[in-house]
Write a protein that binds this ligand. Structure first.
Ligand code: HEM
Length: 522
């Protein structure tokens, strides 16, 4: 198992969504919707979005341009709109993880949800702001056209055959959208094979001449595109896919390439093939009475049953309050990590060790690390971020932070009803007279009724906090964020005289959900 150098917001977020995210609730068990499966809809939209790629000039690819292409006949189907609504509704888009990354992630979950292989996932796609070229293949086109469209998308003839089989193992053709293909009006969705699962029935039934795929056996020869494609190399490729293992491996590799087909200017992360062995939660801070509380956690994959974990830290440079081996605190509690269907399919389990360190604010903290003792006589395992430790920069980290222990849930009476807010308290190292602070909130949920679904940001004004008077050199600012809002991340800037501090992408949702000690007051 591998790990990565912290901080890396993109890899942390991608790992979290891939293994602990809840995209699986809509595709686990290959859940049905409107006589097809949600997984089928999610896989199809990923392919159609990718279809704008042009290998010759490196433009287009999986870039969420599909949000601007839904009026094209080639993108007909309720599943397109529903998938985008699903993705918007999860509210997981961030400034660095856009709709294109979510569409790609959806394809991974779709395949696993229906019992297929786990496709290694890379993040870092960039969302387009306009439509791409209309290059999605359509059933009435001839083989030469299909080969050329796939070539443009980066796939040769053999890969085209396999990729279509990998796609058409899920779902089917909707009668209302393709009345000239599905002529039997009593059928709603004419499924490609006899199972909803991601399996190679699409291949075996074709080779056994028992296929029900309407793009093979349909009454209209012109639209028998799967037949033309599958048979185009004398069935050599289809024969090879008769092995369930070959089908699974081939599809995993091709679908990975499909979701990683992006404009040549875009750099994706290395593929995540397994959960990272050790990931930390970005630390949260609080200041009171000359001490910082630092709250963080370490996720350990496949932990040993009797393991204990210690967090250690070093003073700010030049100050020696902690012993030379570091100050230390044992984990305050351990939580099981609930991996979603991706982690479960791979057979991983994990625990999260929580820490609440009390840190002298004068000697402060320069870095922290962990020691895992399996209590079986073996040497302790040091988790120190590749040797450097997890480094805390005084500026900005301890000059400007959301004070999570001063933050709390409050009820505010607005015209006779009590409304629940999270009162966010921001600590700034500076005196009130020369300090200003401002905040903007990222709202991942688009309220648009139709695509494109794009996130918005809004500014939230920070006021001097009357209930938290200045203390220890800190001035406290506050804002109330409605519990019903879709705020996910906060950017905060403070100016102290001519010095400016900034924190970006503070995960408000995680903070609000993480603190059981945030109490309700009225
Ligand atoms: C020549 C290439 C292709 C043609 C002509 C084609 C055509 C079609 C058509 C007409 C439908 C019915 C859509 C609907 O009624 O909503 C469909 C469904 C589907 N296609 Fe393709 N397709 C092609 C390639 C692919 C590829 C490469 C993939 C993915 C790897 C894919 C994945 C799917 C899926 C999952 C569905 C089912 C959607 C659902 O049930 O909601 N297709 N395809």
């Amino acid at each position: 198992l591998s790990t990565f150098q912290w901080p890396n917001p993109l890899l942390s977020y991608a790992d979290n969504q891939l293994y602990e995210g809840n995209l699986d609730i809509l595709v686990a068990g290959c859940l049905g919707r409107e006589n097809t499966t949600i997984a089928a809809q999610w896989l199809r939209i990923a392919y159609h979005d990718m279809s704008t790629h042009d290998v010759d000039d490196g433009t287009g690819g999986l870039d969420a341009s599909i949000m601007y292409e839904l009026d094209r006949p080639q993108n007909v189907g309720e599943g397109m709109l529903q998938s985008l609504q699903d993705f918007n509704g999860f509210e997981i888009i961030t400034p660095f993880f856009g709709m294109a990354d979510v569409i790609a992630l959806g394809a991974v979950f779709a395949v696993v949800g229906c019992g297929g292989p786990v496709i290694p996932y890379s993040a870092g796609r960039v969302d387009a702001t306009i439509a791409g070229p209309p290059n999605v293949p359509e059933p009435q086109q001839n083989l030469t056209t299909h080969k050329e469209l796939f070539r443009q998308q980066g796939f040769d003839e053999t890969e085209m055959i396999a990729l279509v089989a990998c796609g058409h193992t899920l779902g089917g053709v909707r009668q209302v959208d393709f009345p000239l293909i599905v002529t039997d009006t009593t059928i709603d969705v004419d499924t490609f094979d006899t199972t909803t699962a991601f399996d190679n029935k699409i291949v075996s039934q074709y080779l056994q001449n028992t296929s029900q795929d309407i793009l093979i056996v349909g009454p209209n020869v012109t639209t028998q595109s799967d037949l033309r494609i599958f048979s185009s190399d004398g069935n050599v490729t289809m024969q090879s896919l008769l092995s369930a293992d070959t089908f699974s491996d081939t599809c995993a590799a091709l679908l990975q390439r499909m979701i990683n087909t992006v404009p040549s200017t875009v750099n994706l992360t290395d593929p995540i093939t397994e959960p990272f062995q050790y990931v930390i939660n970005d630390p949260f801070f609080s200041y009171r009475n000359g001490t910082f509380n630092m709250i963080t956690a370490l996720r350990v994959v496949n932990p040993s049953a009797n393991g204990t974990v210690t967090m250690l830290w070093a003073d700010q440079q030049g100050v020696s309050f902690c012993p030379s081996t570091g100050c230390s605190v044992q984990s305050s509690s351990t939580q099981p990590v609930f991996f979603n269907i991706v982690g479960s399919a791979q057979g991983f389990s994990a625990s999260r060790y929580l820490f609440n360190a009390t840190i002298n604010s004068t000697s402060s903290i320069s870095k922290f690390w962990f020691e895992i003792n399996n209590n079986d006589g073996s040497d302790p395992i040091i988790v120190d971020n590749g040797g450097s430790g997890f480094v805390i920069e005084q500026d900005p980290t301890l000059s400007l932070f959301v004070d999570v222990m001063r933050s709390e849930t409050v009820l505010v009476k607005i015209s006779d009803t009590f409304n629940e807010f999270t009162k966010v308290v921001v600590a700034v190292l500076g005196d009130a007279a020369s300090t200003t602070a401002s905040m903007s909130a990222f709202l991942p949920l688009s309220t648009a009724t139709a695509p494109p679904f794009t996130p918005t940001t809004t500014s939230i004004s920070l006021e001097l906090d009357e209930t938290n008077p200045p203390e220890g050199g800190f001035t406290f600012f506050t804002a109330n964020i409605s519990i019903d809002s879709t705020v996910s991340l906060l950017d905060i800037t403070a100016n102290v005289g001519s010095t400016s501090f900034t924190i970006e992408n503070f995960n408000f949702n995680v903070a609000a959900a993480s603190f059981p000690f945030i109490q309700i007051s009225s």
